[in-house]
Design a protein around this ligand. Structure first.
Ligand code: ADP
Ligand code: MG
Length: 254
């Protein structure tokens, strides 16, 4: 059984301006430990698909199974990190990362320790009392990830997690976040429009077409062990071939 099964998802938005066909017949199986990147042109329906996967949005037809059972609403097994970090500016770092646990009444000695460890591992311990506007873009992004990890989800949905960062920071934060996720042994579905980012992090890349979006191609990525981190992968000989394959599939030139 797959961890997540996306079965024949169709999504049409209705608004006074008319109907928008966003997703057309999307089916995908996600296995435990997968790191899947979903890549596609802007406006094709990537965020829509993540919103459907976590139960925020109901599809026009089709269903999502998590461990064999249909999901209907927000489920604790799924952690969602939005494109924008959505840190609360009026709460300090500690209050931000512990908020989810507090709301769920799960803030106890053990979970506090887990949070302390995460903050420590990612260089944020001495910033607990700082407010988001006192943190760098990379620190905010790590804080948002720690907040998502705090609830111990099985699966992480990441919507363009690095797009707000400048190029240099982006490479570094991507590397760091990749390590956090690997160490925690999570399954990931990441939306991006950056081909290099998709190749450097993923076990599989799913290319979506223009709207109405369907799956154009799935590419399995394999690298030898010496190219294990995103930064190393960018140096690997296979990188260029994968890049060209994905580039050819993407519709944004048309
Ligand atoms: P992406 O994340 O790939 O850029 P989105 O999933 O945000 O794309 O949007 C896909 C399409 O659906 C776009 O054309 C967008 O304008 C439209 N859309 C998104 N959300 C809504 C909504 N709530 N109502 C109507 N149309 C929407
Ligand atoms: Mg989007």
């Amino acid at each position: 059984m797959s961890l997540v099964e996306i079965q024949n998802i169709n999504m049409n938005y209705h608004s006074p301006q008319g109907e928008t066909e966003a997703l057309k017949n999307i089916s995908l199986n996600i296995q435990e430990g997968d790191f899947i990147s979903i890549i596609g042109p802007s406006g094709c329906g990537k965020s829509t698909l993540l919103n459907i996967m976590c139960g925020l949005l109901k599809p026009s037809s089709g269903k999502i199974l998590l461990e064999g059972k249909e999901i209907n609403e927000m489920d604790n097994r799924i952690g969602y990190m939005f494109q924008k970090d959505h840190l609360f500016e009026w709460l300090n770092l500690w209050e931000n990362v512990s908020l989810g646990l507090k709301i769920q009444k799960k803030l106890n000695k053990k979970t506090k320790e887990y949070l302390e460890n995460l903050l420590d591992s990612y260089g944020l311990s001495s910033f607990k009392k700082h407010y988001p506007n006192e943190l760098s873009g990379g620190m905010r992004q790590r804080a948002a990830l720690i907040r998502t990890l705090a609830l111990s989800p099985h699966i992480l949905l990441l919507d363009e997690p690095f797009s707000a960062l400048d190029y240099q920071t982006r490479l570094k934060v991507c590397d760091e976040i990749f390590q956090i996720i690997k160490n925690a042994g999570k399954t990931v579905v990441m939306v991006t429009h950056d081909i290099a980012e998709a190749i450097s992090t993923s076990s599989r890349v799913v290319v979506l077409s223009k709207r109405p979006s369907s799956i154009k191609k799935e590419i399995l990525l394999e690298f030898s062990n010496e190219y294990e981190t995103p930064l190393h992968r960018r140096e690997a000989p296979e990188f260029r071939n994968y890049f060209n394959t994905i580039w050819k599939e993407l519709d944004f030139n048309e």
